[in-house]
Design a protein around this ligand. Sequence first.
Ligand SMILES: [Zn+2]
Length: 103
Amino acid sequence: MSKLKLKTETKCQHTDTIDQLMPEGCIHYSKKLCASCNAFIGWNKSPKTLEEKDRRTKLISDLKELNLSSFERSFVTSIDTVMHLTPKQDEVWKRICDKYNKM
Ligand SMILES: [Zn+2]
């Protein structure tokens, strides 16, 4: 019983949630709160982030069909599951897309 306690303690027992938009400029898009007691449940991904991720996933599968260098192949594989690219990753990603006329 005591082992499970930590995990259940942070969550309320309600099931209804509401989304609350975060102010502009915040790195999070919106947060999920309990509709009954306002407990914080988690962060929501913005539609834009999800769209970009979706688009990138499709491009990555396209790119993998091509004759990529081993660096390019391991790079696109490594960012396949990443939601936000770092500026450095973004730079490399754009370069690869450019080279293969994707984007
Ligand atoms: Zn609650």
